[in-house]
Ligand binder design. Structure first.
Ligand SMILES: [Fe+2]
Length: 386
């Protein structure tokens, strides 16, 4: 996060004695940090030893198979065509991936008692449908549709939904952190006046009383493509206080302040977050270009060294035909793309758009899984024929 935050009780000086109410036993300090003590970090104070595990064992969780023979092509697929049921851990369906990116959706239809930790990747959860709470050691973060929740690598969490009528998430994983782009900040680290959001637009965890409970608590830990089950001897959310810069937070796509111009602006003006392997952009309702002869639809383009992934959220997508909410299009590097026939002409004179979409542009080619095959719009590749 771009700013320091503190919740609960912490000692005045770090790495010093911090006694529990009995005056004899110590709270256990844990430094939760990145980049080998040189990156952002937080200090947490636990009631119990954060290392106290009863057992660890390898487990198998369903994995998507690679669609290795998929040709280089533009793709459109309907992610919500997969009619699977499950909880927020087990029902993630990966569609696209490479060494620095995983793009999945999850339809969450039931509760689980387990906790989850992605040990090797930070997660971006886009809440398309559903509301509830992200529960962590850092506190509680309520979520609603449109929220983009950033969960740093190795945070233990649970998702609690208000109901199971319609919960749908887009989940993007990255081994490197989701960061606020540096050019959005001034020399002091504050978000500057030209940034598309400011500090008050972020939601940060609310204080939650530490849970002091002994027993058996199941944590599913993901490490790359492997999963393990850890049984802790105490409730994982036993933190009485913490402070620092490293914690989960969220930003709602509806709070993104779009930029408009006289002629068409390229996707980097819609930038929201950056990682080492890709960027995330937010497309939101906005006025179109105001040159009297402007063409609001994008020009044809070849992005020769990145794959463009668009997840369609809501509204009318002005440059595409046949797209629905929950659709993903993939326009890979090495292929030109642009509006379908008639869409360029129909955009001339249009004043605004009501679309919401999330874009993931990767710096390395994505591999497809068989989940793309199962949900594909087979006509998409021919949709530019006049
Ligand atoms: Fe594009």
């Amino acid at each position: 996060m771009p700013f320091y935050h503190k919740l609960g009780e912490i000692p005045r000086v770090k790495h010093t004695t911090f006694y529990k109410p009995d005056g004899k036993s110590l709270y256990r300090e844990e430094l939760f940090g990145s980049k080998g003590f040189s990156g952002v970090y937080s200090n947490k104070y636990h009631i119990h030893l954060p290392t106290a595990l009863k057992s660890v064992r390898e487990i198998k969780l369903g994995q998507a198979e690679s669609w290795s023979e998929a040709p280089l092509s533009c793709y459109h697929f309907f992610t919500d065509k997969l009619s699977s049921k499950g909880d927020f851990i087990s029902n993630r369906k990966v569609f696209l991936e490479n060494d620095t990116t995983s793009i999945a959706t999850a339809k969450i239809t039931k509760e689980t008692d387990s906790f989850y930790r992605n040990a090797f990747a930070a997660e971006y959860l886009f809440v398309h449908h559903g509301s509830g709470r992200l529960l962590t050691e850092f506190g509680t973060l309520p979520f609603v549709p449109g929220d983009q929740i950033i969960i740093p690598r190795a945070v233990t969490y649970r998702l609690e939904f208000d109901n199971f009528e319609n919960n749908y998430l887009l989940i993007v994983e990255s081994p490197s952190a989701f960061e606020i782009p540096n050019h959005f900040k001034n020399d002091y680290g504050q978000l500057d006046e030209a940034a598309p959001y400011c500090e008050r637009d972020f939601k940060i965890p609310e204080f939650t009383e530490a849970i002091d409970e002994k027993g058996e608590f199941r944590i599913i830990v993901k490490a790359g493509k492997n999963y393990s089950e850890q049984i802790a001897d105490h409730h994982p959310f036993d933190v009485v206080g913490w402070d620092g810069y490293l914690y989960p937070y969220s930003f709602n796509i509806r709070d993104y302040h779009a930029k408009v111009a006289r002629i068409h602006l390229p996707p980097p003006v819609h930038l929201a977050f950056v990682t080492g392997g890709f960027v995330i952009c937010n497309f939101v309702p906005r006025l179109f270009d105001f040159h009297p002869e402007a063409i609001p639809a994008p020009y044809f383009h070849s992005n020769i060294d990145s794959d463009e992934v668009l997840y369609y959220v809501e509204g009318d997508f002005m440059s595409r035909k046949g797209i629905k909410e929950g659709s993903i299009t993939l326009h890979p590097g090495g292929m030109p793309h642009g509006p379908q026939p008639g869409k360029t002409e129909s955009s001339v004179g249009a004043k605004d758009t009501s679309e919401y979409a999330v874009m993931v542009d990767t710096f390395a080619p994505l591999k497809l899984t068989t989940n793309v095959q199962k949900t594909i719009d087979a006509d998409y590749v021919r949709s530019w024929l006049e």
